[in-house]
Design a protein around this ligand. Structure first.
Ligand code: YH5
Length: 287
């Protein structure tokens, strides 16, 4: 495919995000192990404070997830997911940046949108029965991500003939399904799903060819932050992958990513400011 028109803005709920510069989505996890304090009321409060901090650091979106999708993770029930999410969404009603909710379940999608979420980030690309309809019935944006298998088993020897072609074909089919249900293109983001049923070699092949996804004419999200593949190339543990994460975010943007999903918003913004300055876009002013 060539001569594709690149989307200039993304519609999500009451927001319209301009895509004339790369956007940063900040990650907030509301899983019991991520803010472990033993207490039930501290957890949502810590998540709310974290989301506000990421917004202050310059996040363009905040992506909140209550279902761990790390490799090997087991699922949680919709009730459990909602009991973690809803207090956080309530606390972020006045948040000036759009809130995206990371979920695969239609009932969670509907409740989250009702509680103010402007976007659904689905690692399952709206394949659950009723998921397309849940998003179509709203004005929320949606991120359709590629995943091979399911989190519990996806890293067991994933194999592809041509990983780029296969992931592209999958996303094209999911975009068509979403559009057929009435979800306008200007609400859709695509994501090759780094680390979801892919080896390190697959992840780098996808990164090297990210322009092939950008050619599809939709905004591309890339999530490399802190992931195992960075550990594999740097030898560093999960808590020591900031430099690798920044490098991957910059490489993704250089190859056409429009949204980078990151844990470390301030550092990523600084790195993107350096890239923008090289490309001749203004920063905070000359010094
Ligand atoms: C993504 O790429 N990723 S959750 C394992 C880690 C560190 C981080 C071993 N949701 C994505 O962030 N949504 C997740 O260390 C996502 N794109 C989109 N759209 C996995 C994650 C992580 C896993």
């Amino acid at each position: 495919m060539s001569a594709a028109v690149t989307a200039r803005s993304l519609r999500c709920g009451r927001f319209r995000l301009a895509l004339d510069r790369p956007l940063v989505a900040g990650v907030v996890n509301v899983t019991p192990d991520s803010f472990s304090d033993g207490g039930r009321s501290l957890e949502p409060r810590a998540a709310i404070a974290h989301a506000q901090r990421l917004a202050d650091e310059g996040a363009d979106l905040v992506d909140i997830g209550a279902e761990s999708s790390r490799p090997g993770a087991a699922g949680v029930s919709a009730e459990q997911e909602l009991s973690r999410l809803m207090p956080v969404l309530d606390g972020l009603r006045a948040c000036p940046v759009p809130i995206s909710v990371d979920t695969t379940k239609p009932e969670v999608m509907r409740a989250a949108i009702g509680a103010g979420a402007a976007m659904i980030n689905d690692i399952n690309a709206l394949r659950a029965p009723g998921a397309l309809e849940a998003v179509a019935a709203s004005d929320a944006g949606v991120c359709l991500m590629h995943m091979r298998g399911e989190p519990r088993t996806m890293q067991r020897e994933p194999r592809y003939g041509d990983v780029v072609a296969e992931v592209r074909a999958f996303l094209a089919e999911r975009v068509a399904a979403a559009e057929a249900r009435g979800i306008a293109r200007e609400r859709i983001v695509i994501d090759p799903g780094f680390g979801f049923g892919k080896t390190a070699a697959h992840n780098f092949e996808l990164l090297r060819n990210l322009d092939r996804f950008a050619e599809m004419g939709l905004p591309v999200m890339a999530g490399w932050s802190r992931k195992s593949t960075l550990g594999a190339v740097t030898g560093r543990g999960a808590g020591e992958r900031l430099a690798g994460s920044i490098a991957a975010a910059l490489l993704a943007v250089q190859r056409g990513a429009t949204i980078v999903r990151v844990h470390d918003v301030a550092a990523t913004r600084d790195a993107l400011a350096v890239l923008a300055a090289m490309d001749g876009h203004g920063g905070r002013g000359k010094q």
